[in-house]
Structure formats: structure tokens, C-alpha cells
Design a protein. Sequence first.
Length: 320
Amino acid sequence: MRWHEITIQTTEEAIEPVSNLFHELGAGGVSIEESGTLNKPRDTSLGQWYELPLNDIPEGRAVIKGYFSEELEIDPILGQFKEQVRRLEQLAIDTGNPLIDVRVVDDEDWANAWKQYFKPLRISPRLTIKPTWEPYEPGPGEVILELDPGMAFGTGTHATTALCLQTLEQVIRGGEDVIDVGTGSGILAVAAAKLGARHVLALDLDPVAVSSATENAKLNGLEERITVRRSDLLHAIREGQEAEPGVNIPVQIVVANILAEIIVRFVSDVYRVLEPGGIYIASGIIGSKAGEVREALETAGFTVIGETTDQDWVVLTARK
């Protein structure tokens, strides 16, 4: 099979929103390559290691590729993509004068090549992410998250996901109901359940993510404790519609690894679905926008009780 490959040269800040644009436009897969510089600060406190490919991508830049079936008319898709990238600038996301082009490639050039770089990764003192195709013997007390991300977001290697996982480990005591907004591969939902949550409602508007999260819940034997839905529960509650099954509203924990602009937009809705004393973990926040998100949380009635950073990404933990 052959594919249209749309390539954009942009900034590392724009990786998540641009990748999301590709998925929203129906991409069959997305690849991301960052700078191979050895000068980038990287957290190795838990023994993490990083394979840094040699490349000529300038520091702070990234090359992102979206793949679309050759059967699709690529010109309308390309036009929509360019327009949406321009709109990101209006949301104060630095796309760095992006360069965009398109070509046709064979699927064997990209579909599975990335798997050779995805190895078992220790995320925290307890949590380790293990690709389903990699052998691994866990140590005493080690919690293994089996994962096949497929074409969805979330291998755990990105700072925003790792920060969420580390924070979930700190706040889950056992027996909580949890909502995971923008679940992607479902990795946060799986981690919450394995850390002791009673039930997790994993939400995403991307059908690819819903399929991936459902499969990863099954891979971990958690299909009875994780409910995956293609929907926006927060919007449904705002409109007075019936809540999704699985969790009891109000819940004890909400986690959202999404864009800062979206976090700000529905902060009041999160406040409504949390019980008094409930915890909101908000990630996907670039450092320059942390103040804006903090202000929105406090305006809605939250008290910010924690802030953790990694590679200029921030996770804010707030209590209702």
C-alpha cells in the first residue's frame, strides 16, 4: 500500500497540537523526529536512557509526518492542514515559520520502523511501560503497563505523559473513580487502574484513540475496570445529559494530558465533576502557559497544590 506523506518542519512546542491535527484529519499514522542534540536536558534520575538519532534538525525544532491513504484526495486535506496550522499561531503556539510538503511513500517505509526504538521504560519507582513485543522480567513491586500504542498518542516517553504517570502514582490511594480526558493510547487509564483506582472512564474524540485504548485495556486484563468512550463527558454533564457508565459522578480524580488552551476552556466543567477535595491533574502545558492555566484553575475555585516540570513541560496538580 502507498501513502501520501505530509511533512511539516516546525518547533518542539508544536509537536502535540500538530500531531493532533493530523489525527483529526484522518491520518493513518504520525511520526515525530526531534533534534538529536546531546545538549538537551534530560531526566535520568530513575535510570532512563535515551536513544538520540544523529540528524541535522536544529535544537528546538521537530519534523512531523502524517500519513494518508493514497486513495484519498490529498489537496483538500493539505489545504485544511495548512489552515489549521495557521490557526495555532492565533492560540499563541509557536510553530516557528513551518515548512510543509507532501510526497507518496510505501507503507513499509514507516509503519513499523518506530517499534525498534520503543523499549521498556521505567517511568517512576513503581511504574514501567513495556511494549507488548518486548520481553521483560519485572522486579519486586514493579507495576508493568503493557502497551501497544498503535497509531494513537501516548507511549509514555513524552514528558507530559511521564509527568502524569508520576503524579498519578503519588495521588492514587486505592478505590477512586477516575476520568481520563483525551486518553490517546489509554496509558494513563491503565496506570490508574493498576495503581488501585476502582474504575476509570477514558474519553477521547478520536476513533483511533478509542480503539487503541480499548485494546490496551484488554492487553492489561482491565476491560472490566476501564470504560472507553468516544465522547466528551464533560460537555454531556454541562448539557444535563446522562453520565457515561462505569464511574460514579462526582469522581475523586480527573487527569487531562491535552493542550493548555483546552484545559483553560473546560476548567469549570472539571470542577463540577469532582467531589470536594478531589484532585485534578492537568498536563500538556508548555512552560510559557503555566501561569495562564494556574490562574484559570484558581479562578474556577481550585487550589494548586503541586507543579512539576520536565523539558519545559508542566503538570499542575489542583484540589477542589
